[in-house]
Design a protein. Structure first.
Ligand code: UPG
Length: 381
């Protein structure tokens, strides 16, 4: 089956890393059409997945856009719609991986008469999207998409609550190449030595720097933990959140934590770093649609504490495969960090159980099989 995948981003966010794994089995016969240049294109090329940037103009519509701004920007999308429609004629199916890809993909699907599948990586709630953008996403999905793949039960539920048709959505979790998390790690002691953190209790945070990802919660929690406890913040601001980055640096300075917080920026090898951490913290302040980092930490065998909201609740069984703390609850997070610091054996037992379970639950081969079944069904209609 020939598939035209569409993604708006040139940056490497979770939706893009997920798409890369989904597209791999189709690399002989697919095209990933991007709406921006960037690192994602390079990664796809490295993986020998055909890729083309279909748009040379940045698209200005944002998650929080209102109706007037939205309509005002439709004009700039016309050349892109035309190009996607032309391109789609050589493929059997359009697979939209992001919201802007849904907008373009839906119109092109009507014009090219190719079926559309929408992979929903977001929770369509007021926490994340303007009312206009929620309405656009749900209306286009209902009218134009043959099938919707939601990345968690939470994303599926929010979609239905926003008016989405329940009978056309299935939940498929992100899949992971589980062997990669065992095999390709550099030695943890080498990494800790290189970073000068051998004697520390290291709490890793792996996410783009963005207010709702809650790096500030971990920094604040650190102030309630003893000195050997430190944080590694891995990730960069991908969508222009420079004010937040500045705010984080000021917070570290104000709390006197300068030597206990390291900003590592975006790293392509997160596996080695995660394996070198004593604990991984997920601190999103709004419900996380899925939470790749939680599963990745589990696969690495590193204990994980996550925010009890959205997809994270589906991934972590409290006190069995990790810990859950209420969103924004600094004291609760600090308590878990201190508990893991004081009882590393218990933390390791829990991490081991999580590793065993996640290798079964999030196996990429099984996930690819589920996706392929959906695509075959849609393609044969
Ligand atoms: N990552 C890197 N390098 C870094 C920092 C992060 O490779 O320096 C990776 C990280 O390991 C993870 C990904 O980036 O694999 C980020 O994942 P996540 O925070 O889950 O993704 P989002 O960008 O927020 O993407 C959306 C949803 C999220 C869901 C994901 C896939 O918000 O909940 O897990 O899509 O469906």
């Amino acid at each position: 089956m020939k598939i035209l995948f569409l993604d708006q981003s040139g940056n490497l966010g979770g939706a893009e890393l997920c798409l890369m794994d989904i597209a791999k089995p189709y690399r002989e016969d697919c095209l990933v059409g991007l709406f921006a240049e960037g690192e994602f294109k390079k990664l796809l090329e490295d993986e020998q997945i055909p890729v083309k940037v279909l748009n040379q103009q940045p698209i200005e519509i944002r998650k929080e856009s209102g109706v007037v701004q939205g309509i005002g920007q439709i004009g700039q999308l016309l050349p892109l719609i035309q190009q996607v429609t032309q391109t789609a004629k050589a493929y059997d199916l359009i697979y939209a991986n992001t919201q802007k890809a849904l907008v373009i993909g839906a119109i092109s699907s009507l014009l090219s008469r190719r079926p559309l599948v929408y992979h929903l990586h977001d929770i369509l709630s007021v926490d994340h999207f303007s009312r206009t953008n929620r309405w656009i996403a749900v209306t286009l999905a209902n009218r134009c998409a043959s099938w919707i793949i939601a990345n968690s039960e939470s994303s599926r539920t929010a979609f239905i609550e926003a008016g989405g048709k329940a009978e056309r959505v299935s939940v498929v979790y992100n899949g992971f190449d589980v062997e990669k998390y065992q095999a390709s790690r550099r030695s943890s002691s080498e990494i800790r030595q290189a970073l000068g953190i051998e004697q520390k209790f290291v709490v890793g945070h792996f996410s783009r720097l963005s207010p709702w990802k809650g790096q500030h919660i971990l920094i604040e929690a650190l102030a309630h933990c003893p000195d050997p406890v430190m944080a590694l913040l891995v990730g960069d601001a991908l969508f222009g959140e420079q004010d937040y980055v500045e705010q984080l640096h000021q917070q570290v300075h104000a709390l006197g934590l300068g030597d206990r917080v390291k900003f590592l920026g975006f790293q392509s090898d997160v596996i080695s770093l995660m394996a070198a951490c004593d604990l991984v913290a997920h601190t999103s302040t709004a419900p996380e649609p899925f939470g790749r980092v939680i599963v990745e930490a589990m696969l690495c065998g590193t204990p994980v504490v996550a925010t009890a909201a959205g997809g994270a609740i589906e991934l972590v069984q409290p006190n069995q495969t990790g810990w859950l703390t209420p969103p924004g609850d600094v004291q609760a997070l600090a308590a878990v960090v201190n508990q893991c610091h004081h009882s590393p054996e218990t933390a390791q037992t829990i991490a081991h159980a999580a590793q065993e379970q996640s290798r079964q639950r999030f196996n990429l081969e099984e996930v690819s099989r589920q996706i392929h079944e959906i695509l075959l069904r849609v393609g044969s209609r």
